[in-house]
Design a protein around this ligand. Structure first.
Ligand code: GLC
Length: 544
């Protein structure tokens, strides 16, 4: 299949940077600690910018560093225009932006528009105000059901477990209205039908654009609009997981009006500022609606992340993604891990097999057309940490499900930078907010830098080649169906001159002569002991 992806303008103007960008997710709490309190921070990120430049990424996405009680790792924002003292200051943001830009690295920040913290001044005001007051109308307050209003307004469930509604106590001390929180009770949902909410966020966008950020990752982009009837799900639809069509609180059509307005804001700034949608949507054609030419620029492709390590499944999600996005002129993007999911090395089986597959997966991902997202630590081959002590877990998913779901802390363990013992150079003290496994000594940046066979070396080389091989990045792809007919093989061309072949299976396959002729293997995810044979769980890039 050939995707009709947009090519550079006929006049020869280069395609915008974000159509092919590799964007690195910095989970700020766990990247690098500048002050020794055991929590990552902005000065820590700034000190490691040369590492990211050398890795070869185009941009960083910084997870929320705003003032926040940290009920959900900072996704409970109490002030959208400031920095939490634990993470630094506004001056640290400015310094980080300046240094990153000097190194040729762009910076995207996280915008959390679906909800605020319950400590946000707006919510404090709403609690103190009367039912029906303007302060309450910024959020979603409703009377309860049942004779005395003691039942929640409907049966919606929080993504983190338990009901999506909490009841407030009114000023006279009596139990009163309920407010909606699709996530934790500390994250009340805003009412996006309220013009005041819209105006406020457009102003927040300008605040950060004026400071020089290159764009925003939009948290829960599919959640802002709710069906005004607020119907019960009645077991018909799931509360969480990728949104299916017709869901009353995910992927409602009205969200798109918000993004059209935002696009007008960002387009007024010089320098190709971008929006990246975090939208968990079940079908690529619904996802594509978020990246129409007057809305957001790209969206995370969770279909790829969720696909099992299986050639047919991968090919299906690649085809449907490329096709759906080409229809709206947007580049596809690819992502394997982030701070909300089990790290892919572990999802792919863990241990040496998981590592081998993860090495092949990144060569697949970086050879596909469009952009890609790398989650901090995947370039070190970090696995999910499965044995964190319960008392150290901080993800609300863990507590709200009574421990039935282990939560996302295992993907958020601080990075190992150097040395032989925890916290492996994470910061200047011996503290790290989550403990690192002792055997990460072999996975530190320092250890891998010295090893040409390391995961870090593979990522660096792949990113370097991706910048220099004209076939890679934005553009179209062509499946090479005549290639190894084995059902475990994915083979495609990126014109001009690059072929990627992935053996998803466990036994070696022949590389077809017509592919190999005149083309050299320029990078392989694992050693190629035999000419013209591709071992199991291995990917190779060939170039002519
Ligand atoms: C997004 C974030 C996640 C957070 C949730 C609520 O999915 O990635 O970490 O818990 O939104 O803001």
């Amino acid at each position: 299949m050939t995707a009709a992806a947009e090519q550079p303008e006929p006049g020869g103007a280069p395609a915008p940077w974000w159509r092919s960008a590799v964007i690195y997710e910095v989970y700020v709490r766990s990247f690098a600690d500048g002050d020794g309190d055991g929590l990552g921070d902005l000065p820590g990120v700034r000190s490691r910018l040369p590492y990211l430049r050398d890795l070869g990424v185009d941009a960083l996405w910084l997870t929320p560093f705003y003032p926040s009680p940290q009920a959900d790792g900072g996704y409970d924002v109490a002030d959208h225009r400031d920095v939490d003292p634990r993470f630094g200051t506004l001056a640290d943001v400015d310094a980080l932006l300046a240094d990153a830009h000097d190194l040729g690295v762009r910076v995207i920040v996280d915008l959390v528009p679906n909800h605020t913290s319950d400590r946000h001044p707006w919510f404090r005001e709403a609690l103190a105000a009367e039912p029906g007051s303007p302060a309450r109308r910024r959020y979603v307050f409703r009377p309860g059901r049942g004779a005395d209003g003691a039942e929640p307004p409907n049966d919606w469930q929080s993504v983190f477990g338990g009901p999506a509604w909490s009841r407030v106590t009114e000023a006279d001390g009596r139990p009163g209205q309920w407010y909606l929180h699709l996530f934790a009770p500390e994250q009340p949902d805003l009412d996006w039908t309220n013009p005041e909410v819209r105006a406020e966020f457009e102003d927040v966008l300008r605040f950060w654009l004026d400071r020089g950020v290159d764009g925003f990752r939009v948290d829960v982009a599919h959640g802002l609009a709710k069906d005004p009837e607020m119907p019960d799900l009645a077991g018909r639809l799931p509360s969480s997981g990728p949104a299916v069509e017709g869901h009353p609180h995910w992927d409602q059509d009205e969200v798109h009006e918000v993004y059209r307005a935002w696009r007008r804001v960002s387009d007024a700034y010089p320098g190709e500022r971008v929006f990246v949608a975090e939208a968990w949507i079940a079908t690529p054609h619904r996802l594509a609606r978020y990246v129409r030419s007057d809305e957001l620029h790209t969206a995370f492709n969770f279909g790829f992340l969720l696909a099992p390590w299986d050639a047919a499944a991968l090919r299906r999600v690649i085809d449907t993604s490329v096709d759906a996005l080409a229809r709206v002129g947007a580049p596809p993007t690819w992502v394997l891990s982030n701070h909300d999911v089990v790290r892919h090395l572990t999802r792919y089986g863990g241990g040496p097999l998981g590592l081998r597959r993860a090495r092949a997966a990144v060569l697949l991902m970086l050879a596909l057309p469009g952009g890609a997202y790398v989650y901090q630590g995947e370039e070190l081959g970090l696995p999910e940490v499965l044995d964190l002590p319960d008392e150290l877990r901080q993800d609300p998913t863990f507590t709200r499900t009574g421990g039935a779901e282990r939560g996302r802390d295992g993907a958020r363990v601080p990075l190992p930078w150097s040395g032989d013992a925890p916290p492996f150079g994470f910061g200047p003290s011996d503290r790290a907010w989550l403990p690192q496994p002792a055997d990460w000594a072999a996975l530190t940046v320092e250890a891998q830098q010295a090893d040409p066979g390391s995961m870090l070396a593979l990522y660096r080389r792949a990113l370097e080649l991706r910048r220099h091989l004209p076939g890679l990045g934005d553009g179209s792809m062509r499946w090479l169906d005549a290639a190894p007919a084995a059902r475990d093989v994915l083979a495609f061309a990126r014109d001009p001159g690059v072929v990627c072949v992935v053996n998803v299976g466990s036994t070696p396959v022949d590389l077809p002569a017509d592919l190999v002729a005149g083309a050299d293997p320029v990078l392989a995810s694992s050693p190629l002991p035999e000419a013209r044979r591709l071992p199991g769980a291995t990917a190779v890039w060939l170039a002519r």
